[in-house]
Design a protein around this ligand. Structure first.
Ligand SMILES: [Zn+2]
Length: 473
């Protein structure tokens, strides 16, 4: 498949525009250039620059080339590959075909590197960068660094305008992910709980692919993520008052509400049930993606079924590799445990899965008892007895017996890890289980925390990790 690219202007976009520059000592990268470009690892990156100082006799071609080489080398040292630097040495009066906005260089990239220009982006601080994007069917992102502020008024009204390279990179990631979702693709994205494996919730074929990638039985429903509480009425009917109150109090946040579904929700999303789980995540990238996409994103955790949930983009890449079309990298998740699931399909709400919002908080909001009902007629995510399981066997024991149990297992020749109280913090739990696996542990010993507050959710995940493995379906 042809690759998408990002064509980056040099001066005023990646480095400070200091006029005609011949001395590498004067090259100043913007502070967020490296981080911004790292996030674009799935794109082929090119620099397209006009150095009219060469035509004017103010700098030599060799000097311009030296600066380009320096920029490429600096980025390479940070692990960022620039495929090619395209440099126009002319000035506009020369009437050359390579000066922006003529499409000359992107066409060369298309030919030489197999670039799909219609899925590509042009980033720059000059209106000619925006026009270049138009001419090749790419999307233009205009930055206000360099000459950006000066020429802003010359831009047509519908342009994407951002503060600088960092925001440009975030906009590209979002736009790329939303386009893939619209085309029926499967995209992993960060939420505040864990990474989700998302597809357009109204696209049955796309949702089916999520089940296939995860290896998840199709009778297990997916949560539909939406951008705000107002969208609930598109996906649900007969909304109970309690649902509205919980949404007002905890959204965006780690709470999933099970409500009667509208006809818009395909059966594949709900496992054939008449109810649907809805949630507004609070992670800024997830929210921005949902807003840009505009629809609902059906998403379970972005890992193979029954295994430990991913809390970093690297976990997702290691688990799912090329099966997923794109991974939106948002760093490590804050909460690190899945959302709390509350069933609101009957008169008596119940908690079907403990998670990031506590039972106490839910009861305080509704003003009555909301029992933790782990069995119910409603099937929800993560409710199987065995789930969240690392490769190592998980053994639960009281805190004061852990050392003794560890010694016994070690005597028998097993590699053992004991999870510390810090490892059992909600945001660390899944990463700790993964680390023990990576270190080759055969046994993981832990003492489950008290069953209240967030401890209830941690205890729930530990018990599922420790459950017999033969019942994974
Ligand atoms: Zn030229």
């Amino acid at each position: 498949m042809k690759k998408p690219a990002v064509f980056l202007d040099r001066d005023g976009t990646l480095i400070e525009d200091v006029g005609f520059i011949r001395d590498v000592a004067r090259v100043e990268f913007y502070p967020d250039t490296i981080e911004a470009l790292r996030r674009l690892r799935d794109f082929a990156l090119f620099i397209v620059t006009n150095q009219s100082g060469i035509a004017k006799g103010l700098i030599s071609a060799d000097e311009a080339h030296g600066i380009n080489q320096f920029v490429v080398q600096h980025l390479a040292e940070a692990g960022i590959t620039i495929q090619a630097v395209y440099c126009c040495p002319h000035e506009r009066a020369d009437g050359c075909e390579c000066i922006k906005p003529n499409p000359y260089f992107p066409r060369i990239a298309e030919r030489d590197f197999g670039i799909d220009l219609t899925r590509s982006y042009v980033v720059g601080d000059h209106p000619s960068d925006a026009e270049l994007a138009d001419r090749v069917g790419a999307k233009g992102i205009y930055v206000l660094t360099g000459h950006g502020l000066k020429h802003r008024e010359e831009l047509p009204a519908d342009r994407t305008i951002v503060a600088g390279i960092e925001e440009a990179s975030a906009a590209i990631v979002r736009s790329h992910a939303a386009s893939l979702l619209n085309a029926g693709g499967v995209v992993a994205f960060p939420t505040e709980t864990v990474y989700g494996l998302g597809a357009d919730a109204s696209n049955e074929a796309a949702v089916r692919r999520v089940f296939r990638i995860k290896g998840r039985p199709e009778n297990h429903p997916l949560i539909v993520h939406i951008a705000d509480a107002d969208m609930m009425t598109e996906w649900a009917v007969d909304l109970p008052n309690a649902a509205i109150r919980l949404a007002e109090r905890f959204w965006p946040g780690p709470l999933t509400l099970i409500v009667p579904k509208s006809s818009r929700v395909p059966d594949i999303v709900t496992g054939g049930q008449a109810s649907v789980g809805l949630r507004v995540p609070s992670h800024p990238l997830a929210l921005a993606l949902l807003k840009e996409f505009g629809g609902g994103i059906a998403a379970p955790s972005a890992n193979r079924f029954g295994l430990v949930s991913p809390t970093t983009a690297e976990h997702v890449r290691r688990d799912l590799g090329d099966d997923v079309d794109y991974v939106v990298d948002g760093g490590a998740c804050d909460v690190g445990l899945e959302s709390t699931i509350v069933d609101l399909t009957s008169d008596r709400p119940g908690i079907l899965r403990p998670g990031g919002v506590t039972q106490e908080e839910i009861e305080a909001t509704l003003g009555y008892k909301v029992p933790v009902a782990m069995t119910s007629d409603v099937r929800v995510s993560g409710q199987l007895k065995t789930h969240y399981a690392p490769r190592a066997a998980v053994v639960l024991a009281p805190q004061n017996e852990l050392e003794q149990r560890a010694r016994e297992l070690q005597t028998m020749g097993h590699e053992v890890r004991i999870l510390s109280p810090t490892d059992l913090e909600p945001q660390n739990l899944f990463a700790s289980l993964r680390r023990a696996d990576d270190e080759g542990a055969a046994f993981i010993l832990a003492s489950a925390p008290e069953g209240q507050g967030l401890g209830l959710a941690v205890a729930d995940r530990l018990q599922k990790a420790a459950a017999p493995r033969d019942s994974a379906d």
